[in-house]
Design a protein around this ligand. Structure first.
Ligand SMILES: *Cc1c(COP(=O)(O)O)cnc(C)c1O
Length: 480
């Protein structure tokens, strides 16, 4: 609290956000209301816990602590050291790793920075790497480039070459990768994806890496929560390095982790290389508030209930897939092993962009996504769905069936809108979706469906907010 002696230039240090900055508070309130009122189906998102949000908003944000526990460049790190050691211990425990064989760096700010630090640790500038191509579900940071442009640091500073899917099965084409690796001779093969609904054959990839003397890295950003629960194959049995985000299925705050093998058997000193790549090569001071938040999230991953959460996420995704298939829709690979479903809209003559837009109007958050064989990356032919966030709002199979019905209605409605638009242009489509006109039913159907979606969504609790007292903030107009 400010005292009578607090000078005016310091008075603002003590006022709550809502008092000192109602503008930012109002934006937070509007976003809270949106999360409460809608259905979050973006596969890379989740709803972190109240405890994680508390830690993330803590006074730890004040502290500089470049370096590692016991070897810092600043004083005053007694408690920060304790925190980072605790976070590392929980990270290893969450993934059932033996501290003799594995270590972890918990300082990466996010998944992309974790990946660049991992590349910096493993290979030299301009060395060759292979990752799953972006249009096939891979991530930007796995070497993405286009014909005209090196798009990411992973293709600017390294020579990258993508592997892909077998068009007939839409599964990773391990045989083709094997042949390409013989020719390309990568120093590193990266597996893991952002839009791939199936599990990985780590043993097959490891065999290729061994033959080519390549490092093997798994980026499990999407599936780490499910891998921790041992509901998916275990990359740690095969990889040299494993990276992950902490905010997807792992359900923590936004940050990243890099796990590295430390058994002396391969004598690579990955521990030193990874730690030095994170700091000083790629980052400065760690975000200690985030590390605290990751630590408390990992505590939850270490509980026996975590397995139930992960199982429910997968059961929900499988239910979603089954419902959509029963409606006659086409899914990439025909289903899922994880939290993620890739819906191919091309047989309907619809694009991912249109469904993303309609769903936005309806309070259903999803994203457009390329599907295997897409002619143009500009107009992806599918959408990506995930069940991690809805499962965090307590939904189980029966509830997901309701959600699947909403999605079915959204797509059928989009066919009506496309007809009424009289063209295939996105802007005409949006216009008919948002303006009610004589003799046209599309915009009215949008309103009706939105009402149903919002009424359903608001029945569920929202971690981080109190659903019993939550109120519509100023600046949100609605008639529902
Ligand atoms: C999300 C994701 C990342 C990047 O994470 P950011 O936190 O957005 O930087 C990296 N790799 C994969 C596979 C991802 O899905």
């Amino acid at each position: 609290m400010a005292t009578a002696n607090t000078p005016s230039f310091n008075k603002g240090l003590y006022a709550p956000l809502s008092e000192i900055d109602p503008e930012v508070q109002n934006i937070i309130d509007k976003e809270t209301w949106r999360q409460f009122s809608g259905l979050e189906l973006i596969a890379s998102e989740n709803l972190t816990s109240r405890a994680a949000i508390e830690a993330n908003g803590s006074i730890l944000t004040n502290k500089y602590s470049e370096g590692l526990p016991g070897a810092r460049y600043y004083g005053g790190n007694e408690w920060i050291d304790e925190l980072e050691i605790l976070c590392r211990k929980r990270a290893l425990q969450a993934f059932n790793l033996d501290p003799e064989k594995w270590g972890v760096n918990v300082q990466p700010y996010s998944g992309s920075t974790a990946n660049f630090a991992a590349l910096t640790a493993l290979i030299q500038p301009q060395d060759r790497l292979m990752g799953l191509g972006l249009p096939d579900g891979g991530h930007l940071t796995h070497g993405y480039y286009t014909a005209k442009k090196k798009m990411t640091a992973s293709s600017i500073y390294f020579q990258s070459f993508p592997y892909g899917l077998d068009p007939s099965t839409q599964l990773v084409d391990y045989a083709a990768l094997d042949r390409q690796a013989k020719i390309f001779k990568p120093r590193l093969i990266i597996c893991g994806a952002s839009a791939y609904p199936r599990d990985w054959d780590y043993a097959a990839l490891k065999a290729i890496c061994d033959r080519e003397s390549a490092y093997f890295m798994a980026d499990i950003a999407h599936t780490s929560g499910l891998i921790a629960a041992q509901e998916l194959n275990n990359p740690f049995a095969y990889c040299d390095v494993v990276t992950t985000t902490t905010h997807k299925t792992l359900r923590g705050p936004r940050a990243g982790l890099i796990f590295f093998r430390r058994d002396a058997q391969n004598n690579l000193d990955l521990e030193k290389r990874v730690n030095e790549a994170v700091f000083p090569a790629c980052q400065g001071g760690p975000h200690n508030h985030a590390i605290a938040s990751v630590a408390t999230s990992l505590l939850q991953v270490c509980q026996p209930e975590w397995k139930q959460y992960a199982r429910q996420v997968i059961a929900n995704a499988k239910t979603l897939a089954t419902c959509l298939i029963e409606h006659g829709y086409k899914l990439q690979t025909g289903g899922t092993d994880s939290h993620l479903v890739l819906w191919d809209l091309r047989p309907l003559g619809l694009t991912g962009s249109k469904i993303e837009k309609v769903c936005d109007l309806l309070g259903i958050t999803i994203n457009k996504n390329a599907v295997s064989g897409d002619a143009s990356a500009q107009t992806p032919g599918g959408i990506r769905l995930g069940t991690a966030a809805l499962t965090s709002r307590d939904m189980v199979e029966e509830d997901i069936k309701v959600v699947a019905e909403f999605l079915h209605r959204a797509v059928q409605l989009s066919l009506v809108l496309q007809k009424e638009a009289g063209s295939k242009m996105l802007k005409d489509f949006i216009r008919v979706a948002t303006t009610e006109r004589e003799g046209k039913v599309g915009a009215k159907m949008v309103k009706e469906l939105r009402r149903d979606v919002v009424a359903f969504a608001r029945k569920w609790p929202l971690p981080g907010a109190d659903a019993s007292t939550i109120q519509r903030p100023a600046g949100i107009e609605e008639d529902d």
